[in-house]
Design a protein around this ligand. Structure first.
Ligand SMILES: *Cc1c(COP(=O)(O)O)cnc(C)c1O
Length: 272
């Protein structure tokens, strides 16, 4: 574990509060996950101070999620170099260079276009690989970014998601297509926790299965080029504070929890 020289530590009270909520969320993640699974808990620290991140890090938390490129860049500069930063905000091609220059950027979970893929690919040093997840708009809400999902009856060859996935696998040697990410509709997640399955999570799973089959057929000799580095599986990033347990029960590999760990965020006044 490396230490941080330039971050003022959180107060003892705040540290205690963070460790309690982090421990609770970890226990709930473990309880909701399938016995054989070890999902990744990404602590979403957007708008929260670097001292909060440091307190969680000192408690063994390595994965953190950020939404704003500049905020991520600033935190990465002052916080320990072995933190795994996940970019989960809206990805603009003109910010790709700044993102790609962050040495411990672990993944970009919000890839949504060939243009953005090319921008990242071009900005990365030749010896770097970066995990990317394609963001899927499972709920179809206009307010959500992402590409439409696939179903087993979709016409695949010219589906946007297929074209982007193929582009990353075939044309972007520095990007590794690790999986798919969705935000999902809050309404569905609230309803589903009362009753049964969350349709957004089911749609992301189906999209993953369809994509997996398609890629295996399209690149039969290159199946090591996508998915988790160890298992080869295309991962699912789904589930936030309000629905991560349901997401884990639906087979999520990566959950992104902000409020549940750090508490409520103030409304961010200005766009980044
Ligand atoms: C803010 C954010 C989260 C965390 O949301 P909470 O409800 O605070 O847990 C997760 N994913 C994305 C993409 C986010 O923007």
């Amino acid at each position: 574990m490396s230490t941080s020289k330039s971050v003022e530590p959180a107060t003892p009270e705040r540290t205690q509060e963070l460790l309690e909520s982090l421990s609770e969320i970890r226990a709930r993640v473990k309880a909701a996950a399938e016995a054989s699974a070890s999902p990744t808990l990404v602590a979403v620290s957007k708008i929260k101070p670097a001292s909060d991140v440091l307190a969680c890090y000192q408690h063994g938390q390595l994965d953190f999620g950020e939404n704003y490129v500049q905020e991520l860049e600033e935190k990465a500069q002052v916080l320990p170099a072995d933190i795994r930063w996940h970019f989960i905000g809206t990805l603009q091609s003109n910010k790709a260079k700044t993102l790609a220059a962050i040495p411990n950027l672990w993944s970009v979970q919000t890839l949504g276009s060939v243009k953005a893929a090319n921008a990242l690919e071009k900005a990365l040093p030749a010896d770097r690989t970066l995990r990317v997840l394609i963001q899927v708009n499972t709920s179809g809400e206009g307010s959500k970014s992402g590409i439409p999902p696939l179903t087993s009856s979709s016409t695949l060859d010219d589906a946007e998601l297929i074209l982007l996935a193929k582009h990353v696998v075939a044309e972007c040697p520095r990007l590794r297509l690790e999986g798919l990410m969705t935000i999902g509709s809050l309404e569905l997640s609230l309803e589903a926790s009362e009753t049964e399955k969350n349709a957004d999570f089911e749609r992301l799973k189906e999209t993953r299965d369809v994509l997996d089959k398609y890629l295996r057929e399209a690149f039969p000799s290159e199946t090591s080029k996508w998915g988790d580095q160890t298992s080869g599986k295309l991962l699912l990033s789904m589930g936030m504070s309000s629905d991560f347990e349901a997401a884990l029960k639906a087979g999520s590999d990566i959950v992104r929890v902000g409020t549940g760990i750090f508490g409520q965020r103030p409304k961010k006044a200005a766009p980044q």
